[in-house]
Design a protein. Structure first.
Length: 382
């Protein structure tokens, strides 16, 4: 999920220094806030909390879907349409892309009264990771955003200068307080339950290609101070084919404060079997703040597939929770797709469960959750 992803220029040895969000703020005119968000009462809400809108970044980088880009904007427009039936959609897109993108969204059936385009140029489409991470003060109802350094998953896919401008640009148009930190952090690498717990993976957050100067304790302190979390749950490695180095949103998610839905691979010959079994063992060892085991729902993986002999990280865990619905990626596998929709639906009673065909999108090595970032609704929730 990056500039140049899957292209001939892709190289795991590529190095590129992260653009400082503070420099980006100066360039954009956005004003950064002082102080620590947690000390001011802010915390990161769970994804199932009420939302004001979902942010997306319009796809335009052919190199991220080599040989498969043509169907991607149409698939993306169908995502916009699905979200717009439930809440507003805010899209980062350079001005020159907007007219065609709007026509595609309208043709896909989007409620265009709920679709807004912003002249925010990007390098690529992965808004979960280059966008801001929103926080909220539950006592006052105020919403703010956190702005982290972004280096395209360890410097794999330069350039990413435009992507680093997205948080300050969103801060400017929303007029929300913006808290800046120079730690490299992607939204897809963390998952919260809205009640103080944060779930992540060692493969990603402890990877030397992110923050080699920080150890586990220092990372936890920064997350505690900026996202308002109080407890940390660490899994090990991520799924095969995931070039983000083990993002949590491809394998395990909270579906309630004391419950996980986690990917499993029943085929013992598959490379994911051992990885996911080890993570499941850790999940079973975790305890809630009350000292009880978590409820765990096992979510079988889709059958493995790929393009050009490259396996893709297809995962049903990359779903997106929105107001009144859950959008679930499907991969043209009728049996496994139906089973995933059933299992995820049981985790979110009262919400519509909508399958979204992500067969072509996954060639970019990400799907629904990777492409989106929710903005919490302001106000006190009773």
């Amino acid at each position: 999920m990056a500039t140049g992803k899957n292209s001939g220029s892709k190289s795991s040895d590529a190095k590129a220094a992260p653009v400082s969000p503070k420099k980006a703020a100066k360039a954009s005119g956005a004003v950064a806030q002082s102080g620590l968000p947690a000390a001011l009462g802010y915390g990161m809400p769970a994804e199932w909390a009420p939302q004001e809108a979902v942010w997306l970044s319009w796809p335009h980088n052919y190199a991220s879907w080599p040989g498969q880009f043509r169907p991607v904007p149409y698939a993306f427009a169908r995502i916009v349409a699905a979200i717009s039936r439930y809440e507003p959609v805010r899209i980062n897109a350079a001005k020159k892309l907007q007219a065609r993108a709007a026509r595609m969204c309208e043709k896909a059936g989007a409620d265009m009264a709920r679709v807004e385009f912003y002249d925010h140029p990007t390098n690529d489409a992965w808004c979960r990771d280059h966008g801001p991470i929103f926080i909220k003060n539950p006592k006052t109802g105020a919403v703010a955003l956190t702005d982290w350094a972004y280096n395209a998953w360890g410097g794999k896919y330069p350039p990413y200068d435009l992507d680093n401008e997205i948080p300050p640009s969103i801060g400017r148009v929303t007029k929300l307080p913006r808290f800046v930190h120079d730690m490299v952090l992607e939204g897809g690498s963390i998952e919260v339950n809205g009640e103080g717990l944060l779930l992540t993976s060692e493969q990603c957050l402890l990877n030397p290609n992110r923050n080699p100067h920080l150890n586990r304790g220092q990372i936890e302190t920064i997350l505690r101070d900026h996202l308002g979390v109080t407890g940390f749950l660490w899994l090990g490695e991520g799924i095969v084919g995931d070039d983000t180095d083990g993002h949590i949103d491809d394998m395990t998610r909270f579906y309630k404060p004391d419950g996980f839905i986690t990917c499993v691979e029943p085929n013992t010959k598959d490379k994911n079997h051992e990885i996911l079994a080890a993570n499941l063992k850790r999940l079973r060892s975790f305890r809630t703040p009350a000292g009880k085991p978590f409820d765990i729902v096992e979510l079988p993986m889709p059958r493995p597939f790929g393009f050009n002999r490259q396996r893709v990280p297809a995962s049903y865990a990359n779903y997106l929770v929105i107001n009144g619905a859950v959008l679930v990626p499907t991969f043209r596998q009728p049996g496994p797709d139906a089973r995933a929709l059933e299992l995820i639906g049981a985790c979110f009673p009262g919400r519509d469960i909508i399958g979204i065909d992500c067969y072509h999108l996954i060639w970019g090595l990400g799907t629904l959750h990777c492409l989106s970032q929710q903005q919490p609704a302001a106000g006190i929730i009773k």
